[in-house]
Design a protein around this ligand. Sequence first.
Ligand code: 5GP
Ligand code: MN
Length: 321
Amino acid sequence: MEKIDQVLSGCRSVAILGHVHPDGDCVGSCLGLYNYIQKRYPAMETDIYLEPFQKEFAFLKGADQVHYGFETEKVYELCIVCDASDRKRLGGGAEILDRAGRTISIDHHKTNTGFAGLTLMQADISSTCELLYELMEEDQVDREIAACLYTGMIHDTGVFKYQSATARTMEIAGKLMATGIPFTDIIDRTFYQKNYRQSKAMGQALLNSSLYAQGKLICSVLTAKELAGFQATSMDMEGIVEQLRLVEDVEVSAFLYEMEPETFKASMRSREYVDVSEIAAAFGGGGHARAAGCTLHGSREEVMCRLLNRLEKECLRDGTK
Ligand code: 5GP
Ligand code: MN
């Protein structure tokens, strides 16, 4: 696989993009890459375009340089997309990608469609941030870059507890820690801390949940009306689906919230044997075997029926085979 310096060599302008509804790995990888380029190639015109993200990530260096939105006519020599598996996931950023001379996708989703000219993808790696570290020159990763990459790694591994965390993940995390990053603070402030809206939404989602498939499946939905009642937005939905998966004997958790009338964002997590990325992909989404998502259209009852039908079958399969 090419190293990042090889793809940047000789380039004069680069746009960095992530995916819609940016999560920790998306923000961390985009900002980590941005800071790396700024440090190594100060003359390169480097811009980063993202949808608005949680303010808890604002302490990362470069967060104040992000263009929030995609209002630009600029044509870049190179466009690098981090943590997005298909063109649809770029939202308004797709136009910047289409205009660019060369396009590169740095990603860890096995559902990556190969939408970019060059795909630097490793499916079994914990996070785009971990992959990015492997693509960077190790001795150039300073404290600021390390804080970005560490943030992404903890978010995509649930603070190093998911199956995707390997000995190498921990080794890299150790190297990042050694640069002097405030790791306790990063974990507490960006991962565990909840604001009041998030806490209320979480409580309501837990109350709304029901068990299916002999207790192997748990599903909960928050309607637009409920979200409005808490003044909660899509940025406040982080962590709910993981909390649902913690229920004893559950194999799959599914959490849906209504983004607009009759449009639901679904997040799924599995524990041992259900590949939720296949189910998400069947509905036009994607992700990983244990964490995936998609968008569904229809009434609350219709979308639940469609998704639960599929999930119930998978959950009731013999998990030992
Ligand atoms: P989450 O449930 O936290 O939104 O996402 C879980 C994983 O699935 C992430 O890796 C995310 O990138 C991926 N994912 C979520 N929603 C979609 C979607 O609509 N399309 C695709 N391709 N991937 C998604
Ligand atoms: Mn990721």
